[in-house]
Design a protein around this ligand. Structure first.
Ligand code: TYD
Length: 220
């Protein structure tokens, strides 16, 4: 693995996707080879899994998705994108920016769905060989702010398309509180890997700070 593997994490509506795109553009402008992807998704198999997992109409067609099945599907997606996209790109020396990875499973399925972090981490060892990014950018603004933003975005999406894409965004505040707390736990447990951006600041200033952190990692 000679490239640099960076993941972006945070609640729905935390702004991580915007920051990932900004970072990708800055690094590409500096002449780096950059590969971006999101989880679930990023491969043909992953896109199928994504639509099963996120489409709010899935459960009408398929019946209630068991939390354990949801967890296993997240890891099926992850295994495929590691093999097909992430590891080959790192071998070629690219910088890989991945929108969500195993921390999402620990936070959403482990804590949100209460399956337990230990179970998620055991699965990560078994399925992903324990492969972790060198850096995780965790955007963790105050919970209330993220919730409001996610709600606004979902309403816009419903107005535009008549359907709400994301099964997860229908979850209540207690679910998201557990997710938020688990992200805090992960950050405390692995301070070397996880950089937290917790305060409210402009997109611009957070983007600059992220770029700074990444430049330091590249110098190592
Ligand atoms: P995404 O499009 O990443 O949403 P956002 O842009 O709001 O982050 O949607 C992914 C959803 O899937 C998100 O609600 C979190 C959930 N998810 C999990 O529950 N577990 C996982 O392992 C992953 C990768 C995502």
């Amino acid at each position: 693995m000679s490239g640099l593997f960076i993941t972006f994490e945070g609640l729905d509506g935390s702004g991580k996707t915007t920051q990932l795109q900004r970072l990708a553009a800055s690094l590409a402008a500096d002449g780096h080879r950059v590969v971006t992807l999101r989880q679930p998704g990023g491969t043909a198999l992953g896109d199928r899994i994504r639509s099963v997992l996120l489409d709010s109409k899935s459960e009408a067609e398929l019946g209630a998705i068991a939390p354990e099945a949801e967890l296993a599907l997240m890891f099926a997606d992850r295994a495929q994108s590691l093999k097909q996209v992430i590891l080959p790109a790192l071998d070629e020396g690219s910088i890989v920016l991945c929108d969500r990875y195993t921390d999402s499973s620990e936070a959403y399925q482990g804590a949100g769905r209460e399956l337990g972090a230990d179970r998620v981490l055991a699965l990560h060892q078994a399925v992903c060989n324990g492969i972790q990014p060198q850096l995780t950018v965790l955007l963790l603004p105050p919970l209330e702010k993220s919730l409001a933003r996610a709600r606004r975005r979902n309403e816009r999406h419903i107005r535009k398309t008549g359907s709400d894409e994301n099964r997860f965004e229908r979850e209540g505040e207690i679910f998201y509180r557990r997710v938020h707390e688990q992200y805090e736990t992960i950050a405390r447990r692995e301070p070397q890997r996880v950089e937290v951006f917790a305060e409210e600041a402009s997109i611009e200033s957070i983007a600059e700070r992220i770029l700074d952190v990444v430049h330091k990692r590249l110098e190592r």
